[in-house]
Write a protein that binds this ligand. Structure first.
Ligand SMILES: Cc1cc2nc3c(=O)[nH]c(=O)nc-3n(C[C@H](O)[C@H](O)[C@H](O)COP(=O)(O)OP(=O)(O)OC[C@H]3O[C@@H](n4cnc5c(N)ncnc54)[C@H](O)[C@@H]3O)c2cc1C
Length: 579
């Protein structure tokens, strides 16, 4: 019988749990994150970046977290579905009003100059993004991912860009006049997977338009999924008319407002027709828009647009999906495990029930391997100086076979990681929610409902699972002459035991040697089923290997230890939250 039996003034309190959760510093208190940073960062950068991370973590863990929590309140989420089309004087303005907390968060995160080479190195950029993704505020982190893609694409053609496009690069990357936001508009109403079927047209027009611009490309047509609609510049796909490659998709960068027009709220000849009402990433405005002659600047050769968009812009977003989810999972798992140690049922902490112990170990292992895998994959991207190759054709031009294979592995790893982490994340978060019982569903109790909703989106955008599985299969057929499926597995899983590699190689080679995934017959159906399973196995083994290589020996989380530790600390956090 409880010693509170018959007590009408029920003294139960969550305060100790909330205290520990709210005092946890995402970098300073997380030995696992620190171990990853220590393993992967080059020795000559480690001390400096470690210090920068500590300082940033003091802000992210408290101030940014508080801003993100406010932005996710229902009344604030609704704002991203509402748009003011006209002002009082009949001017079309298509004004989006977001909650001020998201706007503050966005400004402060963009002011970190993440893509500015004067302020961040590839590694400091990555680990700062990993830290920021722990609060997973999609309203801000989606434009961060898109800006990253836009910068990389523009940088690839830095020496060939028209002056206007070059200026855009300097606004996005170098913060000339304040760091600006990027977005990417590819999907159309008839389909997002099939980008070559895009219908938006680009027309080169010599005569001067009503905006005073002449001799420029202009866009016409609809884009149906335009996230980060608040951004300043979008990378947009369109088919250029009256050129030899008119059936092929080209890449353009398109200002949301022409110079001087943002303050006047005159958009660059397009209308925002509607804001979507979404299950997840609700703090992010996603729009349906119509271009009516928007001024656009080509990026790269017109006929290479598709390869550049998929190979660079979407690949980077896929890296972001995975690293973002992996970072978020560390936080989710930590908070769920701490709650299970705090909460009691039948007189004991719920973490002590064998059914729970297995679940705790499972989500913990999954989160740790996702993070270790994300660091390992990203280290390959940094190995190649953060330059992605646009497509297999460009890859084939690399003379050095060892390098060509390594680049191919990175290309496939990015897709594999995206589909597997996006598949794992909703399941892990759902399990973590269950640790809280009914409280896990309460939006104002914990941010897991938001993170769960957002995680469902990750599977769909930037290439749905099926599309990427089909793409990987096709890629292997195209490189069969110089990279066999067997060799790929052996190279990718270096360090893994021979038996595991042997089993996987047999299954993987069988799938890859099947000529197509598009035929509807018994054999293909079976191959597709196997491929769904094997792709997950393959990447999980890669993640497990990354975790083994980390050789992490830190102390397991302990609620009571953290409670004692934080009670001793000065109340510096509260000061930061109030800033
Ligand atoms: C919240 C949100 C925000 C978004 N923001 C943006 C944005 O900012 N910019 C942008 O350009 N897009 C954006 N998108 C669009 C997203 O990229 C597309 O939804 C996605 O590419 C899929 O396109 P679709 O929705 O037209 O699906 P479809 O292309 O119609 O696909 C439907 C189904 O068919 C399957 N399928 C398609 N091809 C194959 C194949 N070869 N083999 C097997 N199965 C196949 C797909 O896997 C999917 O399950 C956003 C989407 C969401 C949900």
């Amino acid at each position: 019988m409880s010693d509170q039996e018959g007590n009408r003034d029920n003294p139960y309190s969550f305060d100790d749990y909330i205290f520990v959760k709210n005092n946890f510093n995402y970098y300073r208190d997380d030995e696992f994150f620190q171990a990853l940073v220590k393993k992967y960062l080059p020795f000559n950068e480690l001390e400096k970046i470690d210090l920068e991370l500590q300082e940033l973590s003091d802000i992210v863990s408290f101030r940014f977290k508080a801003l993100a929590d406010e932005a996710t309140r229902l009344e604030n989420r609704v704002k991203c579905t509402l748009i003011q089309h006209y002002d009082a004087y009949n001017h079309r303005i298509d004004k989006i009003k977001r909650c001020s907390e998201t706007e503050t968060l966005e400004r402060e995160i963009f002011d970190l100059g993440l893509f500015d080479p004067k302020r961040n190195s590839p590694w400091s950029r990555f680990v700062k993004m990993f830290l920021l993704y722990q609060i997973g505020e999609s309203g801000v982190m989606c434009p961060i991912a898109c800006t990253h893609g836009a910068v990389e694409l523009l940088q690839k053609y830095e020496n060939e860009l028209e002056p206007e496009a070059y200026n855009i690069l300097t606004y996005l990357r170098d913060g000339i006049g304040g760091y600006k936001l990027g977005s990417q508009f590819v999907s159309e109403i008839q389909g997002g997977s099939d980008v070559p079927a895009n219908l938006v047209e680009a027309v080169f027009e010599e005569e001067e338009g009503s905006d005073g611009v002449s001799n420029c490309w202009r866009l016409y047509g609809q884009k149906y999924f335009c996230s980060a609609m608040q951004s300043d510049y979008a990378v947009v796909t369109a088919k250029p008319k009256n050129v030899s490659s008119s059936t092929r998709v080209a890449a353009f960068v398109v200002p949301a407002w022409l110079p001087g027009n943002k303050e006047k709220e005159i958009r660059n000849s397009y209308t925002i027709d509607r804001l979507k009402q979404k299950l997840g990433t609700a703090e992010l405005p996603t729009a349906e828009i119509t271009y009516n002659g928007a001024v656009a600047y080509p990026v790269g050769p017109l006929e290479k647009g598709l390869a550049d968009i998929v190979g660079i812009v979407l690949s980077l977003s896929r890296l972001h999906v995975a690293l973002g989810m992996a970072a978020g999972l560390l936080k989710v798992t930590r908070e769920a495990i701490l709650y299970s140690q705090f909460r009691t049922a039948f007189g004991v902490p719920v973490s002590s029930f064998p059914l729970m112990i297995n679940q705790i170990n499972d989500i913990n292992h999954n989160a740790m391997r996702s993070a270790a895998g994300a660091f390992k994959v990203y280290s390959e991207y940094i190995h190649f100086n953060e330059e992605l190759i646009s497509g297999i054709r460009e890859l084939q031009k690399i003379e050095d076979l060892t390098e060509r294979k390594r680049r191919f592995r990175l290309r496939e790893l990015i897709m594999l990681q995206k589909i597997v982490v996006a598949d794992d994340a909703p399941a892990i978060i759902r399990k973590a929610i269950s640790f809280f019982g009914g409280h896990g569903i309460m939006e104002d109790f914990i941010d897991f409902p938001r993170l769960h909703r957002d995680s469902l989106i990750m599977e769909l955008w930037e290439g749905p699972r099926n599309v990427l599985l089909a793409q990987i299969h096709r890629d292997f057929q195209r490189v069969a002459e110089w990279y066999s499926a067997d060799d790929f597995i052996k190279d990718l899983l270096e360090g893994v035991d021979q038996k595991t590699i042997g089993n996987l190689t047999t299954e993987f080679s069988k799938i890859i040697s099947h000529d197509t995934l598009l035929r509807n017959d018994e054999e293909t159906l079976e191959i597709c089923r196997d491929w769904e399973r094997i792709s997950n196995n393959l990447f999980h083994i890669y993640q497990d290997q990354a975790l083994i290589e980390l050789n992490y020996k830190g102390k397991p989380l302990k609620f009571s230890r953290l409670l004692r530790k934080f009670k001793k600390k000065p109340e510096e956090k509260e000061i930061l939250v109030e800033l």
